[in-house]
Design a protein. Structure first.
Ligand code: 5AD
Ligand code: SF4
Length: 440
């Protein structure tokens, strides 16, 4: 038997890219590839890229440049670019960087085995189609390898919202939901391989409307079906749009014990003028009322969000409205970004904010968000939480896991195994994690 070929995948961007990278590794696993942690001994290098902000896209070109020496030493090395930069700039990548052999968009990666074979024969291959066939079904015959206790599962992909700043509707395409029976089969398979917690993924996950036995299902209905899967202990989902937060999903946060008290609900900005120009189709007030209803259903829920500062025509008063909204919500965690012009999106045509001003606003927003995050984390001290252990800690006998609220928790003198759930009393709060002790 010949030695297995080695595959190095580097993943950028969102959790869906992490999921996609796993699927690509499995697809190429069928062609005799095993994964390696180093590009130096790889026969194939795949960069799974992100196009959401300019910096993320630029990284790809600088990373590719670094492989020049490697490719000179190993002419058989194949280099591929996957993901959203591949989708948006496939031709451009091939032109700008001749060492790239293969470009594959997020909707075509089930075709990787054929593409790899062509690349091995010296062809340059590019596939950025949005094909009719279901890529998930094509990939379902994967090896039954044991897995860690947490996993992502894509249930919905693409977006029809067209926020004025965002490339997702162009790179990931129109919104599509996977049929429920396939998701349930995949969840069952993950549980059989050791998974205890599943995070359902979608760019607009709460707009899920996949086919079920009796017509289309909502995300809440899907969660209730997953609730019945024995051995699955925790369910999370991300990312949600405020306008798709339906009543049954809010209710499930109060009634479904497996659904974790954590919700990532991006608002992007606090000024109605800016929200309108962003084409968000909600106001600051409607978002705040929504948060109120969610907290009424599940008072201890941890709210997370995304923010953009320096969106075209944002004034100091508009930015102040974002700070006011943050003060009112009190976020447990948040991601904030300086607006980045994306070619082809409507906001790219609008008058831009002075970058220095935008930097200053980002710093002020991040200072506030960091303070809130710290307060919410500190408020866990003295409380009892459930921890799912994910790995051994740095010290002998120490284990690390995540609480229901997604805080990292370190537990000393811990006789539990990876994949175990245990009640833990939180004793202290550090820079980025909590420490606690097992409750007998
Ligand atoms: N510039 C800055 N941030 C952006 N995001 C999306 N597009 C842009 C952009 N052009 C942010 C949004 C989104 C998150 C995934 O990335 O906050 O929710
Ligand atoms: Fe992008 Fe999210 Fe808006 Fe869709 S809803 S366009 S993914 S920011």
């Amino acid at each position: 038997m010949s030695a297995p070929k080695k595959l190095f995948i580097k993943t950028y961007g969102c959790q869906m890219n992490v999921y996609d990278s796993e699927r690509m590794a499995e697809a190429l696993g069928g062609e005799g590839y095993v994964e390696t942690k180093s590009p130096d001994d790889a026969d194939m290098i795949l960069l799974n890229t992100c196009h959401i902000r300019e910096k993320a896209a630029e990284k790809v070109y600088s990373e590719l440049g670094r492989f020049k020496g490697l490719k000179a030493e190993k002419p058989d090395l194949k280099i591929g670019v996957a993901g959203c930069v591949a989708q948006a700039e496939g031709q451009e990548i091939m032109r700008r960087q001749p060492l790239v052999d293969l470009v594959v968009g997020p909707q075509s990666y089930h075709r990787l085995p054929e593409m790899e074979a062509k690349a091995r024969e010296g062809e340059k291959v590019l596939d950025t189609d949005f094909p009719e066939e279901d890529k998930f079904e094509k990939l379902k015959n994967r090896p039954k390898a044991k897995r860690g206790p947490t996993a992502f599962l894509t249930v919905q992909e693409g977006c029809d919202k067209f926020c004025a700043f965002c490339v997702v509707p162009y790179t990931r395409g129109a919104e599509v939901s996977r049929p429920a029976d396939r998701i349930l089969r995949e969840a069952q398979d993950l549980v059989e391989r050791g998974v205890r917690e599943i995070t359902l993924l979608g760019q607009n996950v709460n707009a899920y409307h996949g086919a079920g036995a009796n017509g289309d299902m909502t995300l809440a209905q899907l969660i209730w079906e997953l609730d019945k899967v024995d051995g699955l202990e925790r369910i999370r989902f991300t990312t949600s749009h405020p306008n798709d937060m339906q009543d049954d999903l809010i209710e499930a946060h109060g009634t479904c014990a497996k659904l974790m008290p954590y919700l990532h609900l991006p608002v992007q900005a606090g000024s109605d003028k800016i929200l309108k120009r962003m084409n968000r189709a909600h106001t600051a007030e409607s978002y705040l009322r929504l948060i109120e209803r969610i907290r009424a259903a599940r008072p201890d829920i941890l709210i997370s969000g995304d923010f953009i500062v320096g969106f075209p025509e944002e004034t100091e008063a508009d930015f102040q409205a974002t700070l006011d909204l943050v003060e009112e919500v009190k976020y447990g965690t948040a991601y904030s970004f300086k607006y980045s012009t994306r070619p082809g999106t409507p906001a790219a045509e609008r008058p831009q904010v002075d970058p220095k001003e935008a930097d200053d606003r980002l710093q002020r927003l991040q200072a506030l968000l960091t303070k809130q995050q710290r307060e919410v984390q500190d408020s866990m001290v003295g409380r009892d939480v459930t921890v799912l252990f994910e790995k051994a800690g740095r010290f002998p006998g120490q284990m690390v896991g995540k609480s229901d609220y997604l805080h990292a928790v370190h537990v000393a003198d811990c006789d539990r195994a990876i994949g175990d759930l245990a009640r833990v009393r939180i004793l202290s709060s550090g820079a980025n994690s909590l420490a606690g002790a097992l409750i007998d």
